[in-house]
Design a protein around this ligand. Structure first.
Ligand SMILES: *Cc1c(COP(=O)(O)O)cnc(C)c1O
Length: 389
């Protein structure tokens, strides 16, 4: 198989059936049949690689996983119904009661809820470092620390963490480094190159890229994925064959889509940066980004998410959202359609001001997930909304 990303995404395909189809068919079947008692015994004993039941594996989910494994330079993987199923099952499989996690505080809000509300049920506690406090990481490590966890770029602040540094800290302290690589996609960044043991994606975002299905995937070292697979085949968070079929097709166009997303996003970021109603623009490939050098080191392009600060706080943020005409107000990101959110009045409104500031959410912060419409239309919509009053 080719080592080129684009070719792997297209040619890494399930074997043809007797019908010689060109594009992989959808295998809607809950179970699979065996030739005889011996075939069934050997299959259950895992002496042969055979699909048994679609909670364990299915040709469509296998094709999807195999592509992500190749793209992330991992050894193995497992596909989940959602990104959160991937995150939870990874923790569920790899942690024991009493283990400890060190995590960046800027993580996806449901992941943070796992850390604060659910993992403590099993006496698993988490200590946090802020994006600009990486020098504190080692002081947070305890004898029972098992996992170092982070996302980069972060949501919604679009900060960058140094993967090479995290890899070194994890290795030195014998921790598993787990990276949620959702914002970068396997096309822009491969955390395994920097020492990550496990990489997680919400496939719902840029991997689908068209706002249709939910999905998640965890890839990494074989022995760890084996634990995650066994946990998941018993607990049941598997991706459906239909979603895997959609997502595997989506991967065929991931490179070309993400290239265009990033090209549009850089233009939008440059437009925002010079606008008088905007205080601060965070985009990894703008020279003004505080971690620009690190972003350049570990990412191929800057991604499609921009955070910016509107002058005037909460009220101006809400007024900006109300004046938007073409872009969508929606909770998703990584869609073909540009999406605008104002975290302080929506997704993070339940947090206290102090907690919001901890994750970089100021009152005027707006997050844009730049889509694939013509960039002039995206810029014009943002411009008229900024200049609305
Ligand atoms: C959306 C998201 C998730 C959760 O994925 P779902 O598919 O919505 O369950 C996890 N991590 C990050 C960074 C996300 O953006």
């Amino acid at each position: 198989m080719s080592t080129y990303f684009e070719t792997q995404a297209i040619r890494n395909q399930t074997e043809r059936t007797q019908f010689s189809e060109h594009s992989t068919p959808l295998y809607l079947t809950s179970s699979f049949v065996f030739d005889d008692a011996e075939d069934m015994r050997a299959s259950f004993a895992e002496e042969k690689e055979k699909n048994l039941y679609s909670r364990f594996s299915n040709p469509n989910t296998t094709e999807f996983v195999d592509k992500v494994v190749a793209m992330e330079k991992a050894e193995a993987g497992y596909a989940f119904a959602t990104g959160m199923a991937a995150v939870f099952s990874t923790f569920g499989a790899l942690l024991n009661a009493g283990d400890h996690i060190v995590s960046c505080r800027s993580v996806f809000s449901s992941t943070h809820s796992l850390f604060t509300k659910y993992l403590p049920k099993w006496n698993i506690e988490t200590s946090y470092f802020k994006v600009d406090e990486v020098e504190l990481i080692e002081s947070l490590i305890q004898p029972n620390t098992k996992i170092l966890y982070a996302e980069t770029p972060t949501n919604p602040g679009v900060d960058i963490l140094d993967l090479e540094l995290l890899g070194e800290i994890a290795k030195k302290n014998n921790l598993l480094l787990i990276i949620d690589n959702c914002f970068a996609t396997p096309y822009l960044q491969n955390p395994i190159d920097f020492g990550a043991d496990i990489v997680i994606h919400s496939a719902t975002k840029l991997i689908d890229g068209q706002g249709r299905v939910l999905g998640g995937v965890t890839v990494g070292r074989s022995e760890l994925i084996r634990e995650i697979y066994l946990f998941s085949r018993n607990t049941g968070p598997a991706m459906s064959p239909f979603n895997a079929w959609v997502l595997s097709k989506s991967l065929e166009t991931l490179a070309i889509r993400v290239d265009k997303h990033c090209e549009n996003a850089l233009k939008v970021a440059k437009f925002l940066e010079q606008h008088p109603k905007v205080n601060l623009v965070k985009y990894p490939f703008l020279k003004s980004h505080p971690q620009y050098k690190i972003a350049k080191k570990q990412m191929k392009l800057g991604g499609n998410i921009i955070a910016f600060e509107i002058k005037g706080g909460i009220d101006k943020g809400r007024a900006f959202l109300n004046a938007i005409q073409m872009c969508s107000l929606s909770a998703n990101l990584g869609d073909t359609r540009t999406i605008v959110t104002h975290p302080a009045s929506t997704t993070h409104s339940k947090l206290s001001l102090e907690d919001r500031l901890e994750v970089g959410i100021t009152d005027g912060l707006v997050r844009v997930s730049v889509g694939l419409e013509h960039v002039n239309d995206i810029i014009n919509d943002l411009k008229q909304a900024l200049e609305n009053d």
